[in-house]
Design a protein around this ligand. Sequence first.
Ligand SMILES: [Zn+2]
Length: 105
Amino acid sequence: MCAENLNIRNLVKNWKVSKSIHDAGWGMFHLFLAYKCELNGGQMVKVKLHFTTQDCSDCGKRVKKSLSVRTHVCPDCGLVLDRDHNAALNIEKAGLVQIGLIPAI
Ligand SMILES: [Zn+2]
């Protein structure tokens, strides 16, 4: 399982998102995820990344978008995905590279 290694302390300084981060209890959520992964013989990989929502998970092109834009539309390869789904694919790919299961591009 791969998760973005979010700097929660820095994120809560942003007043626009701090309440939702506190409400979600992300730090505790990551702890539970790591526990469940290890319990089931898996491994949780924390990935420190930038541009997970900006980069196209299919071709790698950086597609800049504001936080309010919820859909990733790539002008190069035509990929259309929910913004969070695109980010999740980027995080998964980076995690697999980090533990050596797929080669870095
Ligand atoms: Zn693309």
